[in-house]
Ligand binder design. Structure first.
Ligand code: ADP
Ligand code: ADP
Length: 232
């Protein structure tokens, strides 16, 4: 099954002399239950592609689908609903609310969507992410790695169609980064989660099942079953 799809996507920022063509006809399918990484040099269009796939940014031309939903033409209300119900996000900067505990942060997207947590799934996520005794802590009482694991749990708790992660290990030391990536990979392997991760770190990309390489707004290469040596 295909969890997300881009069909000949173009993205142009600005106009006239300030115009930047960030994506030049990108087509890709994100397989359900797989871990896909998007790599490429700075400015190659990775963040733009992820934002277009996730419905955070409108495409200039082409089509994007999440599951059975065609994003193009959904409108703002439709996109907001899609972001709340069908996708999860993990950011480089964790983006946790400082006044809430870890547990409250994890449950916040469900609360906003007016949905009840599935307690069994919540326990599974918490156990896998290894936060058991720290659920009552606020972000300032947690290490960076722990904060990012809270953010991962928050992205997964609603069982979204796709989780998008933008440089999730960019602010972490290598050991904390490895813990976060192991957790993401096990959510794919053991629970069939679909993940799309943007990274410029070959070690991070080696945790994925597939790596798509962007350069100058185009897909220029791809690897399946990457090993660290091949990604480098
Ligand atoms: P990457 O994530 O690979 O670093 P981006 O997707 O952020 O690349 O950027 C691709 C290109 O689009 C770059 O030239 C960048 O400067 C440009 N760009 C990104 N966002 C905007 C924006 N909001 N307005 C204008 N140009 C943008
Ligand atoms: P990253 O590539 O790590 O996402 P950037 O610094 O490229 O970070 O972009 C940060 C934010 O600024 C993004 O929301 C992006 O869309 C926007 N942006 C990037 N390049 C430009 C630009 N040339 N003009 C305006 N906004 C931009």
């Amino acid at each position: 099954a295909v969890a997300a799809r881009a069909v000949d996507v173009w993205k142009v920022y600005g106009s006239g002399e300030a115009q930047v063509v960030a994506l030049r006809g990108v087509s890709m399918e994100v397989a359900a239950g797989r871990f896909t990484a998007i790599m490429g040099p700075s400015g190659s269009g990775k963040s733009t592609l992820m934002h277009c796939l996730a419905g955070l940014d409108a495409v200039t031309r082409g089509e994007v689908h999440i599951g059975d939903t065609k994003l193009t033409g959904l409108g703002d209300a439709g996109l907001t609903k899609l972001r709340r119900e069908q996708v999860g996000f993990i950011f480089q900067q964790f983006n946790l609310l400082p006044t809430l505990t870890a547990e409250e942060n994890i449950l916040l997207p469900l609360a906003i969507a007016g949905r009840k947590p599935d307690r069994e799934w919540f326990r599974t996520v918490i156990d896998t992410v290894g936060l058991g005794d720290r659920l009552g802590h606020r972000p300032s009482q947690l290490s960076g790695g722990q904060q990012q694991r809270v953010a991962c749990a928050r992205a997964l708790v609603s069982r979204p169609e796709v989780v998008f992660a933008d440089e999730p290990t960019g602010n972490l030391d290598s050991r904390s980064g490895a813990e976060v990536l192991s957790f993401l990979r096990s959510s794919v392997r053991e629970h069939g989660q679909t993940i799309v991760m943007v990274t410029h770190d070959p070690t991070a990309a080696s945790y994925a099942d597939r790596v798509v390489f962007l350069a100058d707004g185009r897909i220029v290469n791809e690897l399946t079953e990457p090993t660290p040596q091949k990604v480098l």
